[in-house]
Design a protein around this ligand. Sequence first.
Ligand SMILES: Cc1cc2nc3c(=O)[nH]c(=O)nc-3n(C[C@H](O)[C@H](O)[C@H](O)COP(=O)(O)OP(=O)(O)OC[C@H]3O[C@@H](n4cnc5c(N)ncnc54)[C@H](O)[C@@H]3O)c2cc1C
Length: 420
Amino acid sequence: MDENAKPVLVIGGGIAGITSALEAAEAGCHVVLMEKSAFLGGRVARMYQYFPKLCPPTCGLEINYRRIKNNPRITVLTLAQLESLTGTPGDYEATIKISPRFIRNSCTLCSACVDACPSERPDEFNYGIGKTKAVYLDYAMAFPAMYAIERSACKEGCRACADACIYDAVDLTQKEEKKTVQVSAVIAATGWAPYDAARIQNLGFGSFKNVITNVVMERLAAPEGPTAGRILRPSDGKEPRSIAFVQCAGSRDENHLPYCSAVCCAASFKHANYVRAQYPDADIAIFYIDRRVPGRLEDFLQKLGEDEKTRFNKGKIAKVEEDPATGSLKVTAEDAIRGDRTEQTFDLVVLATGIVPQTDGLPPGFEPDEFRFINNRMEKPGLYAAGCVRRPGEVSAALADATGAALKAFQCAVRSARHG
Ligand SMILES: Cc1cc2nc3c(=O)[nH]c(=O)nc-3n(C[C@H](O)[C@H](O)[C@H](O)COP(=O)(O)OP(=O)(O)OC[C@H]3O[C@@H](n4cnc5c(N)ncnc54)[C@H](O)[C@@H]3O)c2cc1C
């Protein structure tokens, strides 16, 4: 790669953005990888295990973090948001706003600041379950390996963290910065957010504590999560003896998300594995419209089919009702195979909510389709989308996508060097 080639800008530091950045950089390109939150990793970092191998996502992420650390061509900007993008393919100017972290590189993660901090903030990483101190680290392997401080959560005039830090790593005077970079191409890898389950009124999310979503299930099962890895009922902390998984919660529904999110069936089958590992005798019921598990993920379905205490019910859910005395949930559903209705009671209901693309903060030129995903348009070289902002899918699809986007961006960088 010519030294005059302009860097590639990657927006979003989830698995897709990390992959695009690494693939482009390892091929010789300079890369600016910007992430709006304080740490890289995106949604994958919040999972307990990920299919197909069911290994903890931190294994794969850690290898990638090491590759980033060892690659001087990658500049990582966290707490960073794109303010503007002007120019043409091969010759863009990006202005990036960087919010203060209030922590310097000398941080050793000794945790003295956390111990001293008297203030709390909602634990966004755990989807709002529980709290962290105002000085926080999302997860043990987080990258960059240094705390961040949410100043809006601090008490007026408090300096407890700074006073406790013997490495002089706390700097409460840091200010917002602006950075302008000339880049050859932009990859949008801004990912997804879970569909807001409170909008699906008949399923009781938000009204009944024991109705949770699939992303919360990941955090309940994670050893670092709010229940130290125990799947417990939110209402009373009891072990659930019967669990219902409700597929297509809002998905493939004209009133909510008209499309299939591609991964929710496999995710629920994975969650049934989590449940079975903790509760060998629990009753599991899976309410579905269709069971969609492409390729090797079919193995999950097959394995679950052999589980004597797992039942499948084809049919839509009419309603979920709570018994306020016990917190138990009555699920009324159609049984499309028998052609009638069923009523069953469960300790916990898990909604398989779908994937909503995150396009906020993307510059003009990245045009959303009718479902708000960003399609790549080859007549518009220089701007590429990768991962779940392009289409819903599993990590391996995001990796393939991100590698393709890196190649297209690399070609722009090469051309930018040739044409000055
Ligand atoms: C319940 C559930 C379980 C799943 N389990 C599995 C599994 O076991 N195996 C598997 O292969 N897949 C699984 N998936 C799918 C997997 O989560 C996705 O494939 C993966 O997260 C896609 O990564 P991404 O980088 O595209 O998006 P994300 O993980 O969402 O990352 C996007 C990143 O971009 C950042 N960002 C967003 N907007 C901006 C902006 N404007 N500026 C800067 N940064 C921004 C975000 O903060 C985030 O860090 C599951 C999905 C669900 C719903």
